[in-house]
Design a protein around this ligand. Structure first.
Ligand SMILES: Cc1cc2nc3c(=O)[nH]c(=O)nc-3n(C[C@H](O)[C@H](O)[C@H](O)COP(=O)(O)OP(=O)(O)OC[C@H]3O[C@@H](n4cnc5c(N)ncnc54)[C@H](O)[C@@H]3O)c2cc1C
Length: 512
């Protein structure tokens, strides 16, 4: 067995994925890893999304790490602040800060095929070598800003939900919200009671189903803490309920879509009495085709006298507000851009150069593909968390992430224990897998409308076409026969150089 320091592992990103991977490595007795995080604090999504109302839309008992369950969630769907607190507590419990390099962005990664190691370039100008990389850079990280003429002319405050400016007091202001997606359904009902006038600009309405959120009484939290069995049972039940309901959201079937529409229209009717308003808020596209949102109070907000729904399209932004194509100027003191994120997993997050000098973007020129969303042929010892076709439309992302961590861990053990140079997914295995995925896509609901799920050519490289449980069964184990296993001594250069190959791999560059 090699010394730990001879087997440096780089984890990129300190969100749920990076933190979860670090804990599982420690549990497996591997402590030779470094977590690189470009921001000054851990947390990823939950560090960045602090807008009023920000919360998860999968019950917290499922939307948390299975190996770090928390009996103290104050409500069924925890707020962003509470999730960030949870992550901070987990990091403290496992003493993870000692492994971290904050404010350190990885800006380039290059695979050294002879050495069987990745050379990582950081934003600080240093270089690190790592035998294995776990890339937990997230899929919804960089805000997407709309391109509306005149944006810089606006004289008031403008902010994206994912970069909330807490220095701006919205109380008694006229606020415009652009966008009606997942962030909007949370921010709109949260700020409506404090602002003077709220104007929401809707391009496309969304299907919204009831959240049935609620606070856990103290006795429930005590019970869950005292008897972890009940916490596990709650997670189990919530997980399987989301799985059983899953096909309503992802499967292309008239019957299932009709059930979804029924559920959503019931939610609309209980919140909105005005039939004209209901009509404006009712989508015309198939249920599930775009992300289905959850909220108990988003639609009801539009019944308020101080909230206005604008369905005319935006022509431009001017100094005093937003002008729509009917010529009307909607004056505003502040504009909130609830316009979502760039889909991070469609392209390489930074230049990643694999075997033979091929970049990941070149490998993905026809669309992002990976074996089980994790490994890409030609990019050995590189494990992607939340990669192509691993997003769920119906349950917690973390279920998928945990399977990916388990897969990476088994691969690491194999590489370490057998002193392999690298493992590289076989091209034929990867191709076969992705052909299967795209074939199954035809039975899914997502092809029926334009959404951020789809690439410009209409193909879907973001979502997993099936149940989470099935993905987990397929993905959680590393199967060596599916990979090309390269050993030191396989190449002429290795044979000629008699020094210890693993140590040689790491010479000359700081290790992670
Ligand atoms: C508002 C919002 C609500 C959501 N709600 C849910 C939900 O209810 N249920 C659900 O399942 N999913 C939800 N998601 C998806 C969510 O992103 C994932 O659940 C999860 O947080 C992803 O964790 P992660 O660690 O993979 O990525 P992230 O949390 O995005 O973390 C990635 C980290 O990597 C860092 N990073 C990126 N690039 C680099 C680099 N080059 N070098 C160093 N560091 C880097 C980033 O700074 C970040 O800290 C939500 C997403 C958003 C935006």
């Amino acid at each position: 067995m090699q010394r730990d320091t001879d087997f440096p592992i780089a984890i990129i990103g300190a969100g749920f994925a990076g933190i979860g991977a670090a804990i599982q490595l420690i549990k497996a007795g591997v402590e030779s890893f470094t977590i690189f995080e470009r921001a000054g604090e851990i947390g990823g999504t939950w560090r960045d999304n602090t807008y009023p109302g920000a919360a998860c839309d999968v019950p917290s008992h499922v939307y948390s790490l299975s190996f770090e369950q928390n009996p103290n969630w104050s409500q069924r769907y925890a707020t962003s602040g509470e999730i960030q607190e949870y992550l901070l507590d987990v990091v403290a419990k496992w003493n993870l800060r000692q492994y971290m390099r904050l404010d350190t962005e990885i800006v380039e990664a290059r695979f050294d095929e002879d050495a069987g190691a990745w050379a990582l370039q950081t934003s600080r100008g240093d270089r690190f070598k790592a035998r294995v990389v776990i890339a937990g850079v997230g899929g919804l990280v960089d805000p997407s800003y709309p391109e509306i003429p005149g944006m810089s002319d606006f004289e008031g405050d403008m902010m994206h939900t994912a970069r909330w400016n807490h220095g701006v007091d919205l109380a008694d202001k006229r606020v415009s919200v652009i966008g009606t997606g997942a962030s909007a359904v949370q921010v709109v009902p949260s700020i409506a009671p404090i602002v003077a006038l709220l104007t929401v600009f809707q391009r496309t309405p969304a299907w919204v189903v009831a959240k049935f959120d609620g606070f856990y009484p103290r006795w429930v939290k005590k019970l869950l803490a005292r008897f972890p069995f009940f916490l596990r049972a709650s997670r189990f039940v919530k997980y399987w309920v989301s799985e059983i309901r899953g096909p309503i959201v992802f499967y292309n079937s008239r019957l299932l879509s009709a059930i979804g529409v029924l559920l959503s229209k019931w939610n609309l009717r209980r919140q909105v009495k005005d039939p004209e308003l209901r009509k404006k808020l009712t989508p015309t596209f198939q249920f599930g085709c775009k992300r289905v949102l959850v909220s108990d109070d988003y639609w009801a907000t539009f019944e308020r006298d101080d909230v206005e729904l604008v369905t005319d399209s935006i022509e431009r932004i001017e100094a005093k507000g937003i002008r729509t194509n009917d010529g009307k100027l909607h004056e505003a003191d502040a504009i909130v851009l609830a316009t979502g994120f760039k889909l991070g997993l469609a392209t390489a997050p930074f230049p990643i150069i694999g075997r033979g000098g091929k970049t990941l973007d070149q490998a993905w020129s026809g669309g992002a593909v990976a074996y089980k969303g994790m490994t890409v042929s030609g990019f050995p010892n590189w494990f992607i968390m939340m990669g192509p076709n691993t997003g769920p439309g119906h349950t917690s992302v973390l279920v998928y992430t945990e399977a990916q961590i388990a897969h990476a861990l088994e691969a690491i053990e194999k590489i370490r224990d057998e002193n392999l140079k690298y493992v590289d997914i076989r091209q034929d295995v990867q191709d076969r897998y992705n052909e299967g995925i795209q074939k199954r896509m035809k039975h899914m609901v997502w092809g029926g409308c334009k959404s951020w799920y789809l690439s410009p050519d209409g193909s879907n490289h973001s979502l997993y076409p099936g149940f989470a449980a099935e993905y987990v069964l397929r993905a959680r184990h590393f199967r060596p026969e599916e990979y090309e296993l390269a050993r030191y001594g396989d190449t002429v250069a290795d044979v000629a150089d008699e020094r210890d190959p693993a140590a040689r791999a790491l010479e000359g560059v700081e290790t992670a």
